[in-house]
Design a protein around this ligand. Structure first.
Ligand code: ZN
Length: 238
């Protein structure tokens, strides 16, 4: 059985809890693949082959150190031995979600992670600048996010699917991040297109959640329904 390892909750992040939840070293102790963000909401995190990458808001990709901090994220020990399948004619992100639907419809109440590789005709990503304390909310930070439009970029989409009932803990549905093969382009995906993608999908039936240990988390009301704000920040259209 595969385990999704998560740091912090999405509502905590939405409300500005950007402190380190776990170190990169601890987060990747039993995992090698996933997505998230770093302490201070400093860039978008892509974890690939056991390496922690940061796509920054100034358009670079940096490799993080083991002692750097992860604020929020989900990772797993990705099973590369699963059978690969092909998705064709992906005109936009909705088409990608539709194409993935048959693979999750058999059980929408577990988690999934995919690695989708190929040549992307277009890739539209965003990243956020680091924030300092007192932290703003994620909605405020997102107003200053940087967006990048890449064309004919080859690389990996790493994405996590969460069931609806985790709303507030994570983002229900798919959440996509990108990292180019040459590790120079990346970010949180707002749009994409591709002729053909090779996809590996892992089904995940265990969930391991590490909660923030800071006092702000201890005293925060985390029951507020942030669904609409989350959808706006994450670029969720359906
Ligand atoms: Zn993201």
């Amino acid at each position: 059985m595969k385990t999704l390892i998560q740091a912090s909750t999405l509502n905590a992040l939405m409300l500005g809890n950007f402190d380190e939840t776990v170190s990169v070293r601890d987060f990747l102790h039993h995992a090698d693949t996933g997505i998230g963000t770093y302490a201070g909401l400093d860039g978008e995190a892509i974890f690939e082959d056991g390496v922690a990458y940061k796509a920054t808001a100034d358009g670079r990709v940096a490799v993080m150190k083991p002692e750097d901090g992860v604020a929020f994220g989900t990772v797993m020990n990705f099973d590369e031995s699963v059978t690969e399948f092909e998705l064709n004619g992906i005109s936009d992100i909705s088409a990608l979600k539709d194409a993935l639907e048959p693979y999750v419809s058999g059980n929408e109440n577990v988690f999934y992670m995919i690695k989708a590789q190929g040549l992307f005709k277009t890739m539209h990503v965003r990243s956020c600048f680091a924030s300092k304390k007192p932290y703003p909310t994620l909605s405020q930070v997102a107003q200053n996010q940087r967006e990048f439009h890449f064309e004919n970029t080859r690389g990996s989409v790493i994405a996590v699917y969460c069931p609806k009932y985790v709303n507030g803990i994570n983002l229900p549905g798919w959440h996509f991040h990108y990292l180019s093969g040459d590790k120079t382009q990346g970010g949180h995906i707002l749009g994409l297109s591709a002729e053909s993608l090779r996809v590996k999908l892992n089904k995940i039936e265990r969930f391991d959640l590490t909660l923030p240990q800071n006092p702000e988390f201890a005293h925060r009301d985390l029951c507020e329904d942030l669904t609409a704000k989350t959808a706006a920040v994450e670029g969720v259209k359906k």
